[in-house]
Design a protein. Structure first.
Length: 298
């Protein structure tokens, strides 16, 4: 079944929340900064062991405007608890509260907070992977590529003595170059091609119509920050994505090929898959994701 997301919703229902009651060792709604009530994270630990455990940081999607750290898509990553990973899931300021780059600054602040509290929560923060889908995929790629970019640091969020770097990233169908999305959708015969509208998720995220702020569009694109020493990233995209066209990830990969060695990225096109398709969360595909993470974190 192909399903499309629109501003953090399925076409016919809101994202349900995951039932995390079965996870015995967890710490919920930890405040990692104090500018907003949105700045909270959850930590889940394997049932046994004292770690320290490498960390999967789950970044939810929702068109930069909606979503929650405990949405149903978290469940596919909680399977990593059985593989001796800790999982941290993070909320951040959404576009209705604070525009770009606030959300990315929040995620980086959460990473710093995790490092500052690593001993208390049994975390091996030398090994963190940022993972997300859709707008969360954009964030995962941005966090992967911008640890050296001061523009995305906000000292008021705290723990600036700690690094915001990650060891790897997983980007599921993230938007990469907002200005090219409508043209790509039209080329594929998909639509509506309305990302350039003033009220689109991407325009609201940047605080202005995309065509009016091309510099911001470039600053919000992971392609802007590709560098030879980047951590490895796994990119996956559905061939039949009618919301964030597959050409977004193809464009990203073409730029990676120009700049970095082949061992810095892996790319899968999921045939028959739409945006947020359940095919991304099958046991087969999540094992593919965990194999990538094992390679770079263990």
């Amino acid at each position: 079944m192909n399903q499309s997301y629109k501003l953090g919703k399925l076409t016919d229902q809101e994202f349900p929340l995951a039932d995390v009651s079965v996870v015995k060792r967890k710490s919920l709604d930890l405040q990692y900064a104090h500018l907003s009530t949105a700045q909270k994270l959850d930590i889940y630990l394997p049932e046994v062991g004292q770690g320290p455990f490498p960390v999967i940081l789950y970044i939810h999607g929702g068109g930069f405007a909606e979503g929650d750290k405990r949405d149903i898509h978290l469940l596919s990553y909680l399977k990593a608890l059985e593989k001796d990973y800790a999982v941290a899931s993070v909320n951040y300021r959404l576009s209705g509260e604070a525009v770009f780059p606030a959300g990315i600054q929040d995620v980086k602040a959460a990473i710093r907070w995790l490092r500052a509290h690593r001993e208390k929560y049994l975390l091996d923060t030398d090994r963190i992977a940022a993972c997300g889908g859709s707008s969360g995929g954009n964030f995962a790629a941005m966090v992967c590529l911008t640890d050296h970019v001061p523009y995305f640091d906000d000292e008021s969020l705290g723990n600036m003595d700690y690094s915001c770097s990650v060891s790897a990233a997983v980007d599921f169908f993230g938007p990469i170059d907002f200005l090219t999305m409508d043209e790509q959708l039209k080329e594929s015969g998909y639509g509506p091609a309305d990302h350039g509208q003033a009220d689109s998720p991407e325009s609201r995220y940047l605080g202005a119509r995309l065509s009016d702020v091309p510099l911001k569009v470039a600053l919000a694109s992971p392609m802007t920050y590709i560098h030879k020493d980047m951590p490895p990233i796994l990119i996956q995209h559905g061939r039949l994505d009618t919301l964030v066209p597959v050409q977004q990830s193809i464009l990203f990969v073409e730029k990676l090929i120009e700049i970095v060695p082949a061992d810095k990225f892996e790319f899968d096109i999921i045939e028959g898959a739409g945006h947020g398709d359940p095919l991304f969360e099958t046991e087969h595909n999540m094992n593919r994701v965990f194999e990538f993470l094992d390679k770079h974190l263990k």
